[in-house]
Design a protein around this ligand. Structure first.
Ligand code: 5BU
Length: 266
C-alpha cells in the first residue's frame, strides 16, 4: 500500500517534508516504532542499531548522555542509522527563546547537522519553533519540531489548559511536525487527538508491552491502545534495549504497532 493511502488524512493534511518522510519510512518498515536509544557508550549504541534497526521507523537520541562521544564517532553512528532507513530524532527538549534555541542547534553537538527531528517545550512562546527551523536553514537542511503537549511522567505540570494552548499555537505552524502525547494514558491521548485533528502527527513515549509504573515516575501504557487512541509513533526505550533479546522485542513492538495501525484504518 502507498503511504498516502495508508495514512489518509494525516498524509493529505500535512505537507511538511519530514512528516511525509516519516510516513513513508513507517510503511517501508511496517513499523511505527521509534527506539529511545538510551545507551551511554558509542559501542553500545552501534551494537543496538545493528540488532534492532530493521524493526524501527525512527531512532531517538539523547546526545548528551554518551560518555565517550566524539564528532567522528557520532557521525559514523548517524550514517549507520541512515543506512538502516531511520529518521534521527534528538529529544533535546529545547525551551529557550527563539534566538538562543537557534544557536543551541549548533555548538559542540551541532544538532542541526544530523537531527531530522527535535523536541521543544512551548513555555517560552511560539518563536522557539522559528528559531529551531532557522537552525536547520543555517545548514541547508529540513527538519521538524515535536512540541511537548503532554508528558508520560507522573506529576508533570503540563495540565489540560497548557496542552490546549500548545495545540492551538502548534497546529497551524508549518514548522511543527507534531506533538508529544502521553502514551501511558489512552484516554488523555484520545482528547489530544481530537484537539489536534489530522494535520499533525502525535508521537508517544511511556509505552511498554508491560503496562504499569517504571523507574522514577515513568508510567507505561500498551502500544496497541496508544495507536488506537491516535498515536502515530510509539517511542520505546527500555522495553527494547533492556530486553534479553532486543531484536525479538523490537519485532514484537513493530508487529503490535503495525497491526494496531491497520486496525485503526478499518
Ligand atoms: P523508556 O525506557 O521507554 O521509559 O524511555 C522513554 C524515553 O522517552 C526516554 O528517552 C525519555 O527521555 C523519553 N520521554 C519520556 O519518557 N516521556 C516524555 O514525556 C518525553 C520523553 Br517528552
Amino acid at each position: 500500500m502507498q503511504a498516502g493511502e495508508a495514512w489518509g488524512r494525516r498524509w493529505t493534511e500535512n505537507s511538511l517534508p519530514m512528516a511525509r518522510a516519516f510516513m513513508e519510512a513507517a510503511c517501508r518498515k511496517k513499523s511505527l516504532v521509534c527506539l529511545a536509544a538510551d545507551r551511554s557508550t558509542m559501542a553500545e549504541l552501534n551494537h543496538l542499531i545493528d540488532e534492532v534497526g530493521p524493526h524501527l521507523a525512527a531512532l531517538k537520541t539523547h546526545v548528551d548522555l554518551v560518555d565517550d562521544w566524539t564528532p567522528e564517532a557520532w557521525s559514523a553512528f548517524c550514517s549507520k542509522a541512515t543506512a538502516a532507513d531511520l529518521l534521527i530524532f534528538e529529544d533535546r527538549k529545547f525551551a529557550d527563546i527563539g534566538g538562543i534555541s537557534r544557536k543551541q542547534m549548533s555548538g559542540v553537538y551541532d544538532i542541526r547537522s544530523w537531527a531530522d527531528l527535535v523536541t521543544a517545550h512551548l513555555i517560552s512562546g511560539p518563536d522557539i519553533v522559528d528559531g529551531l527551523q532557522a537552525g536547520w536553514e543555517d545548514v541547508g537542511r529540513n527538519g521538524g519540531v515535536l512540541l511537548l503537549a503532554q508528558m508520560s511522567s507522573r506529576g508533570n505540570l503540563l495540565n489540560p489548559a497548557y496542552t490546549a494552548q500548545v495545540v492551538a499555537l502548534g497546529k497551524t505552524h508549518p514548522g511543527v511536525f507534531g506533538f508529544i502525547g502521553n502514551g501511558s494514558r489512552p484516554e488523555e491521548l484520545k482528547l489530544l487527538r481530537q484537539a489536534v485533528g489530522d494535520g499533525k502527527l502525535i508521537w508517544t513515549p511511556g509505552v511498554n508491552l508491560e503496562v504499569g509504573d517504571g523507574e522514577m515516575g515513568q508510567r507505561y501504557g500498551d502500544p496497541r491502545e496508544a495507536v488506537l487512541a491516535g498515536s502515530d509513533c510509539i517511542i520505546v526505550g527500555s522495553g527494547i534495549h533492556k530486553a534479553e533479546n532486543p531484536a525479538l522485542q523490537a519485532e514484537a513492538y513493530a508487529k503490535a504497532s503495525w497491526s494496531a495501525f491497520n486496525e485503526r484504518l478499518k
